[in-house]
Design a protein around this ligand. Structure first.
Ligand SMILES: [Zn+2]
Length: 729
């Protein structure tokens, strides 16, 4: 009955939008929706045909608030325009046609969302658990506001050593007793390593309807937290840097947009009428620095307009929260003049994640004049654009924008600031998000975290890829083993979509063990060119690592390369494990594809017990939780507890232990428990460790899978996989 993916296939049988008033028991969002549509009927939606793609992309920047869809290949944008806005575009050669197909399609899609909300509200409110509201109706891959906060605060409670959930402000509605929300920041760093660390700050969903933005940043947080201790890059990033994520910058507006409304601004009732769906201020025109700097060109003074800048600089509580948080992160390293450059060693990056238009943008947006750090900003922008394939450019479009987010970080403080415009739609399908937006943009965010120490210089240097250590060096070799390192260094890693970045030959490469180049006592060891000479822009690298004298345990090998301009590029790292055997075998990965409906709530083994929330996979090994599960040879009591978000389903359980410690769960007798059939209840049993089992530590894996017996490797549909370290006594 469930267990199907919700997709937005448009059904011809969906009734026309304004038939909604025949549905009984109206939910508020529907009334809002009808009001919005009545208001918006005053505006017209057009196919805006452009003279060329360059002008189209610039229009997409200047008229971001009016843009509804882009069709670059077909030669038009879908835009909602006043007569005055049409005239502004016509001056650049645009022509217009009423977009009747788009209007019909949009009405059908929004009707679907409304119908799904209606179905949810018809369920008993008390029987609805929080998790049943985990995603936006029809968009299972996008967490709601509440779910975003639950995941972020859950990371902080589960991994307190690396994650903190900070409440840093309140929305307009909350401050004014209209319900409303807190504004939170997920701060990620290894707290055990103290001192002043370079800081990456990312905010998302400042515009409410931009669905993909907060999920991408939350997926970045998952990559860091899940990778800590297992992925060398995620580990050194969190050891030596801080990552600050303001996932939901505009929570009041976001809740409006989650009902299907095309809501952009905050929900401030003082602007455009307390009950109007056109109310609020455009938070990305309300920043203090450069607020209304172009005297009405780059923002609107009309309260009902989608780019209304608010009555004064930084008037909105959401912007006050963001600005004061950003000022607490970084010192001011830029002079007061528009042309004062920040020093080239200025640390920190601010990314403001929007959708859509497939752009990477940097300051200034209110003048076509280049920013004083414009060349360096362009270098990193072209690097980001290599990863996501977007068009890199200064954020001035056909017309200026003012009071935007780069004002606080770059304008005030001199910190490198970028806006990403993800994808091609506000209400982007999950298929596009999963297949394109997430895989293309995660590497850009990871790269930002790698170069945040010196973003104005490091991006000019070569990048390292294909880093590998020979033999079992990543899983465990005895000290004294000769380990060979191989990698590729390339200076060519820039988008060429909008100009060509200067590149040079790779002239040197080196590795470090355990101490990164900036740490005292760091020791550089040279790497050699695979072909015998450093004479190309891309070079294979090789080198031998002498492991004699390295202590047992996990070591980090950092690699970097330099180009002929003298610039060292970003670090990449791998783990080197010294031990007498497979200390950290490389176990196959396993996970469910979806833990929204059910997950493993508790695992109890003998006197050990651990509870946890919804997750497709959880690493609860000793390296992560500081505790191994003690097991006796013979019988150990076992209790496995599922949890369901709403409806209850039958789940099939299995438990494996890598008894011979060879890095897999497939040897005879390693499947130690099976539930024999799918059950919806708590499962009690015994885990019997054979009398001849080797003592000491090894891996236990428990999997709960909807309806079908799980296998130890790979991904399945619904449920969860958890890993533990067990100590056989
Ligand atoms: Zn936006």
């Amino acid at each position: 009955m469930r267990k199907r993916k919700l997709t937005l296939a448009i059904s011809a049988s969906i009734t026309a939008l304004c038939m909604l008033n025949t549905v009984q028991a109206h939910a508020n969002p529907q009334e809002d929706f009808m009001l919005l549509e009545q208001e918006k009927a005053a505006n017209k939606v057009y196919k805006a045909f452009f003279p060329n793609e360059d002008i189209a992309r610039k229009a997409a920047i200047s008229f971001h608030g009016q843009l509804l869809e882009s069709h670059y290949k077909q030669g038009y944008l879908i835009m909602e325009l006043t007569e005055e806005e049409q005239e502004k575009l016509a001056a650049f050669g645009f022509t217009f046609e009423v977009a009747s197909e788009f209007i019909a399609k949009r009405n059908e899609v929004l009707t679907l969302i409304q119908n799904r909300l209606q179905q949810r509200s018809l369920k008993s409110a008390t029987a609805m658990s929080d998790a049943s509201l985990a995603s936006i109706p029809g968009y299972a891959c996008y967490e709601t506001l509440e779910s975003t906060y639950a995941v972020a605060s859950g990371m902080a409670s589960q991994f307190p050593g690396i994650a903190q959930w900070l409440l840093v402000g309140q929305t307009w509605e909350k401050l004014n007793g209209q319900g409303g929300h807190d504004i939170g920041v997920l701060k990620l760093t290894n707290k055990a390593i103290t001192g002043n660390k370079p800081k990456l700050f990312i905010n998302s969903a400042i515009h409410a309807r931009e669905y993909t933005t907060a999920p991408l940043v939350l997926d970045f947080a998952r990559w860091l937290v899940n990778g800590y201790g297992t992925d060398a890059d995620a580990t050194w990033i969190l050891d030596h840097h801080e990552v600050h994520l303001m996932l939901q910058t505009n929570p009041d507006g976001r809740k409006k947009a989650e009902t299907g409304l095309s809501w952009r601004k905050n929900a401030n009732q003082n602007y455009c009428g307390a009950n109007s769906n056109s109310r609020g201020a455009d938070l990305n025109r309300n920043f203090s620095f450069g607020w209304n700097s172009t005297n009405g060109q780059g923002s609107s003074g009309s309260a009902c307009n989608d780019t209304y800048r608010g009555p004064s600089a930084g008037s909105e509580p959401e912007i006050q929260a963001l600005e004061s948080y950003v000022r607490s992160l970084w010192p001011d390293r830029r002079g007061p003049g528009k042309n004062d450059a920040a020093p080239s060693d200025t640390s920190g990056i601010h990314l403001d994640i929007h959708s859509y238009s497939e752009l990477v943008l940097w300051p200034w947006g209110d003048t076509s004049q280049a920013a004083p750090n414009g060349t360096a900003l362009q270098t990193l922008g072209r690097k980001f654009a290599l990863f996501n394939g977007y068009a890199p450019q200064q954020s001035i479009g056909l017309y200026p924008t003012d009071g935007t987010s780069d004002g606080i970080s770059y304008g005030e403080l001199g910190v490198a600031a970028y806006t990403f415009e993800l994808g091609t739609q506000f209400f982007q399908s999950c298929t596009v998000y999963q297949n394109t937006i997430k895989p293309k943009n995660l590497p850009a965010l990871i790269y930002a975290a790698k170069v945040v120490r010196t973003p104005y210089t490091t991006p000019g240097g070569p990048d390292i890829s294909n880093l590998a250590l020979s033999g079992n060096a990543s899983s465990g070799v005895p000290a004294g083993t000769l380990v060979t390192l191989s990698a590729t260094a390339s200076d060519l890693g820039f988008s060429t979509r909008n100009g060509t970045e200067p590149t040079q030959n790779v002239t040197a490469a080196e590795y470090y063990i355990d101490k990164a180049p900036w740490e005292s006592g760091a020791q550089a060891m040279p790497l050699q060119p695979l072909d015998g000479s450093f004479n190309g822009k891309t070079e294979g690298l090789t080198g031998n690592i002498a492991t004699t004298g390295l202590l047992p345990g996990k070591h980090t090998v950092y690699v970097r390369a330099r180009d002929a301009s003298g610039t060292w590029g970003a670090l990449s790292a791998a783990f080197l494990v010294i031990g007498s055997g497979p200390v950290q075998p490389n176990y196959c990965s396993a996970a469910s594809g979806n833990a929204n409906d059910e997950w493993i709530s508790q695992v109890s083994l003998g006197s050990f017990s651990r509870s946890s929330g919804a997750s497709t996979y959880s690493d609860f090994t000793e390296a992560r939780i500081g505790q191994a599960v003690n097991l006796q040879r013979g019988s150990n009591s076992l209790r496995l507890t599922p949890q369901f978000a709403g409806s209850v389903y039958n789940e099939y359980w299995k438990v494996w232990v890598d008894l011979n410690k060879d890095g897999d769960f497939t040897d005879a007798g390693e499947e130690l428990f099976t539930s024999t059939r799918a059950l919806s209840t708590v499962v009690n049993g015994n885990l019997v460790i054979p009398a001849g089992a080797a003592t000491g530590k090894t891996r236990l894996r428990v999997a709960m899978r909807y309806n079908t017996a799980p296998v130890p490797c790979g991904t399945f549909n619904y449920g969860e996989v958890e890993d533990y370290t067990v100590n056989i006594e």
